[in-house]
Design a protein around this ligand. Sequence first.
Ligand SMILES: [Zn+2]
Length: 378
Amino acid sequence: MKKIVTVISIHSCPGEKIGIGKTGGLAVYVKNLINFLIINHYKINLITKNHICCDLNYSDKVNILHIDSLINPGSEIQEIANSTDILISNYWTSGIFSKTFFSKKNILKINISHTLEYLKKIQIPEYKIDIKRIKEEKLLKNYFDYTVYFSKEEKDTLINYYKYTESQLIFSTPGYDEKIFYPLSKSDSRKRLKINSSEKTLLFVGRLDYLKGLDIAIETIKIAIKHNKIYKLFIAGGDFGSTQQQKINLTLANNNISQHVVWLGSLSQKELNLNYNSADIVLVTSRSETFGLVCLEAIATKTPVIASDVGRMGDMIVNNDSGVLISDIQPKSFYDQIDKYFSKKNSFKFKNESLDMIKNFTWENVFNELFSKVKVFD
Ligand SMILES: [Zn+2]
């Protein structure tokens, strides 16, 4: 009989709009994980937080439980816990929840951290760590059978700082869907989006989080203006409508650069593909990443990426062919590379090598490989 898999995602529901508040790559991951489990005919429970406007529609294929309270999640939890064979917990908040409600001995327990608090400190020395979160993250070490990591840096942090042993760890990655992210003609994409063909455009995709570095992208635009170079920065996600976004908008107006920035709000994956394809360059100015999903999606559409050298982006970009890595993560360095591109000193040809580099990252490959490593998963 097929095993019963319970996926926990307390931080965000995969049915929330992506690019708003706390919802980003984690939600994309959970959505694709569930799709994979459906294709492979597992019986699936999804436990997630309650929220407005859920767009999940799995009919009877997934039992979804939106919970209001982490302390009293309702009586159905016990039933689910008793019947679960495999538990897949996403992010540390789900780990704490799992530890409280899933104590049955013969459940195989898998933890996917997605990010580690201490890893941010390693990537950004001035980052103020959340001591409480680190304490709770450390509590998870002996509860889970396996913890999945996405990069060598994350593995080293788990071993050296969180004191995991090698046998507790499994290497995997997030992925991309080649049916959603693929190359389209730039001119057609621009026509559909009503973007002038002569415009020099940059695309930033992400939440308004210091770690994602939108301020670096905006600073890059300012430097360009000083050099009499005019680019337009499109921002997908960006918590459109939030107080924080309005504040940034006001600063842009005060600096007289509003006309160089376009807020796109939360986009569906299909719209995002069109926007990647219409952009001249995708800017990934993150100060910290565990992986770097935007970089992967952009390369899948054959749009050049200028990205911070953090997370796994070095494993996705073929330097000067599909993009450029910026190691000092400074606006001036981003500007220099953008200028090189527009002044035709760097043309990004996307040879086969660049596309081969990302082939292993399709969701199907990623999950097949992950589940083959967890041998009881059949
Ligand atoms: Zn939902």
